[in-house]
Design a protein around this ligand. Structure first.
Ligand code: HEM
Length: 589
């Protein structure tokens, strides 16, 4: 070490000389300053925590009731319990982990809001959490839904939300996942099988065939006194019917021998498990990621189920392709009436046909079967409804040995049966909630052009609905389950099962009362209106008439009272397997 001594000494400084301020060269000075600043890890930790705390406090002040980095939305009330920075994350976690039921939670929030301020509270509600674009706006009112599904239809898409949650099962081009031209092409092609001509021939023949099988099975069950799970029976019926109707494939899952009911349908089990996982992916952004960890049981289950589904569907597709090549395809396939043939004729490859098959099975099997399961649960405590259904079936289809299965055309002569199926669809909608992604910023105007007709059809309302702002990438949500339970939309008796609300006198006869699809919204509305509404209604009415006119359904009323069915959160609306009810059958008294 060398330097200029302030006292004038020259030469080398002894090693043990104490430091003399101001005498060192600048590099030596820098080292000593850094040394004097050196903090141990505890100091750094304290320093960082203090900093973090300050940042959090500032962020919490900026985002008092919403997820960090979301836009403020003052015109729409926020779902209760929102916290600074995390918004409604705890609310959605409670629902996605099964601690609360999502549909009931939405209904509760909606009711609380509407009851506020003497019933003049708001319809739209909003919540923020780290999924669905950070913010959802719940739009449980027909005037808002009309904007989203009709007026500005192009701005509300299935988008990446559906692709990420359902793409690996239902394919990116499946009708339930696709948007734009891909969706349009699928819809156009599929709509051909729902023609009136096809209803009166192929569809009706298939339904009659399966009604015959159902009759035999119930006869055998009545003889044995054996109890069955009604929802499972309906799943078997609709899967069997639909695979025959759409793919001319007899998978024989509706046996006539009760003993065969013991064996579950592998395809159905796999399908059910994928559905509840897909449903959960919408609200839990981590699920999709965690599923890929090798030790994640849910991920393994999903991959196994997808493998099973593919095996089943490819077997159906390959069989058809082979039959076409050998020239042995016949009947409905040849006439171009079945769905698979229509899509093959459009040049779709084996791989492209897979999502077609899966998407249509989910539509054709679950919805109708679940509606029937809820309908028969409602009938358990409504002997007056059963009596009216029977009277109508006897009159139109004949009684006793002369009775015939219901034709598609009979639906017009059986308004009460039709109304009963609609009422079950209203109160227990097979698609109980839905979501769309916002493409570009928009203002949803409930009283925009074209709203007058819908407004006139609605019961008079105390509320003046506000305009709702939505931003690109966010989500809009509605829950038909909740809407069916709002007196503001369906009257004071909204929660009661009353087929009569779908009936009116016309030209001296009872007929079906038509509602705007934005009001009776269980079958969706606008350009994406359900393609299978007529099929579901015919099938549901035919099954109801067939069962009731020949059998008494024997319920365990005590058990039903003690443990009524509860829905499972899923894409559709099944009865939770832990709460399903069993029945036995007797020949009709
Ligand atoms: C009670 C029975 C049914 C109900 C309540 C129902 C309800 C619905 C709803 C709410 C949608 C809109 C789904 C969405 O956009 O995410 C829909 C779409 C659809 N439904 Fe149904 N459905 C039923 C039965 C059926 C049946 C039996 C079929 C026969 C294949 C079917 C075929 C379809 C198709 C293909 C679509 C897609 C339409 C599109 O996006 O363009 N549905 N249905």
């Amino acid at each position: 070490m060398s330097g200029q001594c302030p006292l004038g000494f020259k030469g080398q400084m002894p090693a043990a000389h104490p430091p003399v301020p101001g005498m060192f060269r600048s590099d030596v000075h820098r080292v000593s300053l850094l040394e004097s600043l050196r903090l141990d890890w505890k100091d750094w930790a304290m320093f960082s925590l203090d900093g973090l705390f300050v940042v959090l406090v500032l962020l919490a002040l900026a985002y008092p009731k919403r997820l960090v980095f979301t836009h403020a939305r003052k015109s729409v009330p926020t779902i209760a319990g929102a916290l600074p920075l995390i918004g409604n994350t705890l609310w959605i976690l409670r629902c996605s982990t099964g601690k609360d039921k999502l549909l009931d939670a939405i209904l509760r929030e909606q009711r609380n809001e509407l009851d506020r301020a003497d019933g003049q509270g708001n319809f739209p509600l909003t919540a923020t959490f780290p999924a669905l674009g950070g913010r959802i706006t719940v739009l449980n009112h027909p005037l808002y839904i009309a904007h989203v599904q009709k007026t500005n239809f192009e701005n509300y898409v299935k988008g990446s939300l559906f692709r990420n949650a359902m793409g690996d099962v239902l394919g990116l081009h499946g009708i339930f996942v696709a948007d734009g031209d891909v969706w349009k092409r699928q819809r156009k092609m599929a709509s051909h099988i729902f023609s009136v001509a096809n209803f009166n021939s192929h569809i009706q023949t298939t339904v009659h065939h399966d009604l015959g099988k159902l009759d035999k099975l119930l006869g055998a069950l009545a003889s044995s006194g054996r109890r069955v799970e009604l929802q499972d029976l309906f799943f078997r019926f609709t899967l069997d019917t639909f695979t025959t109707m759409a793919f001319s494939a007899d998978i024989d899952c509706l046996p006539t021998d009760p003993a065969a009911l013991e064996k579950s349908v592998e395809f159905a089990v796999a399908f059910d498990s994928t559905q509840s996982i897909m449903d959960n992916r919408f609200v839990d952004p981590l699920k999709g990621v965690l599923e890929y960890l090798p030790w994640n049981a849910q991920g393994r289950k999903m991959r196994d189920s997808i493998r099973r589904l593919k095996r089943f569907c490819y077997a159906t597709i390959d069989k058809r392709i082979e039959a076409r090549e050998k020239g042995t395809a016949g009947g409905a396939e040849k006439g171009g009436k079945d769905l698979l043939e229509l899509f093959i004729q459009q040049g779709l490859s084996r791989e492209e046909l897979l999502p077609v098959v899966l998407n249509f099975i989910i539509a054709g099997r679950d919805t109708t079967a679940q509606t029937l399961a809820w309908l028969f649960w409602e009938l358990a405590t409504k002997p007056d409804v059963v009596a009216k259904l029977r009277a109508e079936a006897d009159e139109v289809l004949g009684a006793g040995d002369d009775a015939r299965p219901m034709n598609y055309d009979d639906l017009k002569q059986m308004p009460y049966t039709h109304a009963t199926f609609y009422e079950a669809s209203r109160l227990h909608p097979a698609v109980p909630k839905n979501v769309k992604q916002v493409v570009a910023d928009d203002v949803i105007r409930p009283y925009g052009p074209g709203s007058a007709e819908l407004l006139a059809a609605l019961p008079e309302q105390k509320q003046r609905l506000p305009d709702v702002i939505v931003k690109k990438g966010e989500s809009v949500v509605w829950a038909d389950y909740a809407m069916a339970r709002l007196p503001e939309l369906w009257g004071a008796d909204c929660c009661e099962f009353k087929p009569e609300r779908f009936l009116e006198e016309k030209d001296g006869r009872q007929s079906i009362k038509t509602f705007s699809p934005f009001i009776f919204h269980s079958f969706n509305a606008g350009p994406r209106l359900c393609l299978g509404q007529t099929l579901a209604t015919y099938e549901g009415a035919a099954v109801t008439a067939q069962i009731l006119r020949s059998f008494d359904v024997v319920y365990d009323h005590e058990k039903l009272r003690a443990k009524p069915p509860v829905y499972a959160d899923s894409l559709t609306h099944p009865i939770d397997p832990a709460f399903v009810y069993h029945v036995s059958f007797k020949p009709r008294a």
